[in-house]
Design a protein. Structure first.
Length: 122
C-alpha cells in the first residue's frame, strides 16, 4: 500500500478515486484514502463494454470535428442555461442519450440554437 502518497494527496485537499497514473485509489469505509499499484484487467472487455467504448470514442470524435464556432455555442448555451456542466459534456451527453427535448429546453433558455434536423444527431 502506498499510504504516504495517499496521505500526501489528502493533505493537498484531493480525494481522488479510480485510476490515477500508475495507481488505483479509493476511500475505505473508515474514510482512509487507499492507493495501490494499478494492475491489468483479468479478462478482456465484454462485448457491451466494447460497444460503450466505441460510442464514447465516436461522440468524442464528433466533438473534435465540430467547427470552433459551434463548439463555442455549446459552451455558451451551457453557461447561459446555468447548468453545472461544460458545453463539451452537454454535447457528449446529447450524442449518447439523444434527448432532443432537453436540448430544445436549453436552446430556449439560452437563446442559442444547438441542434438542427439531422445535425449532431446521435
Amino acid at each position: 500500500m502506498l499510504t504516504d502518497k495517499a496521505h500526501l494527496l489528502k493533505l493537498l485537499g484531493l480525494r481522488p478515486t479510480g485510476d490515477l497514473g500508475p495507481y488505483t485509489i479509493y476511500t475505505s469505509k473508515r474514510r482512509a484514502t487507499v492507493a495501490f499499484p494499478r494492475s491489468p484487467p483479468m479478462k478482456p472487455p465484454s462485448p457491451k463494454q466494447t460497444l460503450q467504448r466505441h460510442r464514447w470514442k465516436a461522440s468524442a470524435a464528433a466533438w473534435a470535428n465540430l467547427p470552433q464556432p459551434i463548439r463555442d455555442d455549446w459552451e455558451h448555451a451551457a453557461k447561459r442555461a446555468h447548468i453545472t456542466i461544460t458545453g463539451h459534456n452537454l454535447f457528449m451527453w446529447f450524442t449518447l442519450a439523444g434527448d432532443r427535448a432537453t436540448i430544445q429546453t436549453i436552446e430556449h433558455q439560452s437563446s442559442i440554437h444547438l441542434i438542427t434536423p439531422k445535425a449532431t444527431e446521435p
